[in-house]
Each structure stands twice: as C-alpha cells, then as structure tokens.
Design a protein around this ligand. Structure first.
Ligand SMILES: *Cc1c(COP(=O)(O)O)cnc(C)c1O
Length: 404
C-alpha cells in the first residue's frame, strides 16, 4: 500500500444529482455576455418568446408567469395567488417534496389535509376518489400533488388522479409540481386537466437555479381575485399580463438567466419534446439495468419496486446499512462525482444513510451516465460491498439497443 493518498477527482466535476442538472455549454455560453439593455431590444423579445415556448412545451393553452426564485418560490407563488387564510386544500403526498409543499401551505395558514402514501409507491386514485366523494360540501378548493417526488423517486399518474377528481364530481382545482419532471417526463397541461403547474429552471430545463414558473389555465383567475394571501410582489396577474416590460418580473429582469433559458428551450425544441421524453426513458432504463445487476446478490435495490411507478428523471436506490452515505462520500472525495444523498427513509426501515440517488435528468449522454454507473461500481468495490456483477455492461446494452 502506498502511503500517498491517491485522489482521482480531476477532469470535470460531475454532479449526478437530481438538480441542479448538468448545464450545457450552449446555455453557459449564451449567458456569458455583458449586462444587456433592460429597456428595449433582445431581452424584451426573449421574454415573450420564452413564455410562449414554455407554454408550448407544457401543452398549455393558458398562461405562464415567471419569478426570480427557486422551486420553493414556485411553491409559495402557487399558493398565495389562489388561496385565502383558512381555505381548505388536499395534498397527496409520497415523499419529502410533497410534504414540504404542504408545509409551505400550512405556514401560510391554509387549512391543509394530507393523504400520505408513504415513500415507496405512487398516490392511489381510488383512495383519493373516496376522500373527495366524502367531501360533500366541496370544502376542498384544490387537490395538490407532486408529479415526480424527487426524494422517493416515485412518479405519480397525473391523468389517473384527474380521473379520480372527475369521477368524484369534485370541482377542486388541480395543482401539479413538475419541478423534477418538466422536460423529462411526458406532460400535457391541457389534456391532463391540470389547472396550475409549477416548475423551475434548474432540472429538465438545464438552466442555473433562479427562475420559478407558474403555469395556469383559464379557470384560475376567478380564484385569484378572491385570494387574500396574494401580495403585490407575488401577484401572478401582472407577470402574466404586464402593462410595461418590468411588470414581467416585478422589477429588474433576470437578464442572464433569460439568455440561458432561451438557449435551453432552443435545444429542447430542436430535439422535439417527445424525443426528449424518450431519451429520458433510455437514460432511466440504463440506470435501472445497472441497479438490477447490482441487486442480483447482496442488499442493493430500488426504493420504488414497481417499475411503472418509477421516475424517468431520478432513481432512489437503497443499500445495506450505512452504505448509501459512505458511497456518496467516496464518489465525491475520490472520484469527483457527486451522487445524490437520500432525503427520506422508508417504511421498510432504511434511513437516509442506507440509500442514495442518481439523477438522470437533462443534458446527459451515455459517456456521462456510464461514467456515473462505473464510478459507483468502483466505489462499491473499494468499500467491499457485496453486489451482483455486470452493472456497466447491463447499462451499455440498453444504450446499444436504444440506438440500433
Ligand atoms: C427540486 C424540487 C423542488 C424544490 O426546488 P428548490 O429549487 O430546491 O427550491 C420542489 N419540488 C420538486 C419536485 C423538486 O424536485
């Protein structure tokens, strides 16, 4: 054994977590410029075209407003614009993000009911329908759900829950958090019957954290007029229907982020959103093939056992005791690859130290994903973790099959 510690953490740092995702050179280059004119010209045009293209990608015939903010800002914007103190809402939760959104609502003194489906499965439509049928007075003003819960890596059936709301004959508005899934997993606001959808710039949209988006259908403005939580800065109406350009952002526009997002949208439109979704399926399949191989012996497995419930953007993987945390640290220290820490425990008794997550969203190619999988393999080997062999080979053949 050499006494000199070897670190192989050179080359490009790689963040293999579920957001912020990899920032494409095209996006970074588009942002690398002097401060632009904020009164006329490019920025005014870009803001209009960005909004229009965001709606196109979302399948939204309604409107979108943009805030300078992260996902938490999108949560708060989605709540203050449509509710008053004491309004009753129903959150459908299956991971940390759904709970955190519900807590944000509680913090605003909205009257929150939570149906918690744990951290190992998707939301059940039949139970939701029964709950809404029982709400004979139609007290719930809205049903709110995360599409992909980034912590558990379960991906909910948006159409299925819409059908449950309709079958119950309930008039509640339907809110979706698509922060981890937008531009990764199939979504269409109009045809899915979603009234309010939120997302942010730093995941499937491949742009640095800093832009929060609230998409709305036509129905919501009546609610907005009655909401007593809405404040001047957070008011969505002026952002959607600006009288002057600065109204778009209630002040100075997020200049460089807009150039970055414009370029990211160009990339998505060039690829075609259906192709983007298909690519994410392949990316997910490659990671799943590796996890299946590891799982052949020892204790590595999927948090979400049922493949049809799994996200195409992120996968939570449970490990033998303490290995998840050690693995994350090892990959970072020795190999310069940051894999995701776990954010939730499970009913089966695993804690956040006994799991890790791989983000497979956004601007990735096989060399990057195989690099991540191979790096995890190397760390497992170094840590002496018992596992099935052939993870890299299994992922490799997914890429070969997908392009043959
Ligand atoms: C990332 C994420 C958020 C929070 O975003 P922040 O930018 O960290 O505030 C919310 N919801 C989901 C589903 C996410 O993946």
């Amino acid at each position: 054994m050499s006494t000199v510690k070897t670190t192989l953490a050179h080359g490009r740092d790689h963040l293999a977590i579920p957001g912020p995702s990899v920032m494409p050179e095209r996006v970074l280059n588009a942002m690398h410029r002097p401060a632009p004119n904020i009164y006329t010209g490019d920025l005014v045009d870009i803001t209009a075209s960005v909004k229009s293209d965001l709606n196109k990608l979302a399948g939204n015939s309604g409107e979108v407003g943009i805030y300078i903010g992260n996902g938490h800002a999108a949560w708060e914007a989605s709540l203050v614009n449509f509710f008053s103190r004491g309004d009753k809402v129903l959150f459908l939760v299956n991971g940390r993000f759904g709970n955190a959104w519900a807590q944000a609502a509680q913090g605003l003194k909205i009257d929150v009911d939570v149906m918690d489906f744990g951290t190992e499965q998707t939301v059940h439509a039949t139970e939701v329908q029964a709950r809404l049928v029982a709400d004979k007075q139609h007290a719930y003003k809205a049903v709110l759900m995360v599409h992909t819960d980034t912590a558990s890596s379960a991906s909910n059936d948006i159409r299925g829950i819409r059908a449950a709301i309709d079958a119950a004959g309930h008039p509640a508005l339907y809110f979706i958090d698509s922060i981890a899934s937008f531009a990764c997993e199939s979504f269409n606001m109009d045809s899915m019957g979603v009234d309010v959808m939120i997302t942010a710039s730093q995941k499937g949209l491949m742009t640095p954290p800093g832009l929060a988006m609230v998409f709305v259908g036509a129905k919501v403005w009546d609610y907005q007029k009655q909401a007593d939580l809405v404040t001047p800065y957070w008011n969505l109406h002026s952002r959607v229907y600006p009288r002057m350009f600065p109204d778009n952002f209630n002040g100075t526009p997020p200049t460089h982020h807009l150039y970055g997002l414009r370029e990211a949208l160009n990339m998505l439109l060039e690829e075609g959103i259906a192709n983007t979704w298909r690519r994410h399926e392949v990316q997910a399949n490659a990671v799943w093939a590796a996890v299946n191989a590891w799982g052949q012996s020892g204790g590595i497995t999927f948090n979400i056992k049922d493949e049809s419930m799994r996200s195409k953007a992120v996968t939570m993987i449970t490990t033998p005791k303490e290995i998840g945390g050690k693995l994350q640290q090892y990959c970072n220290e020795h190999f310069g690859v940051v894999i995701g820490v776990a954010l939730v425990g499970t009913a089966s008794g695993t804690t956040t130290n006994d799991a890790f997550r791989i983000g497979h969203m956004g601007h990735l190619n096989p060399s990057m994903l195989l690099g991540t999988i191979g790096t995890v393999e190397a760390a497992l080997e170094a840590l002496g973790v018992e596992r099935g062999k052939g993870a890299v080979e299994a992922a490799t053949s997914v890429f070969a099959q997908a392009t043959k």
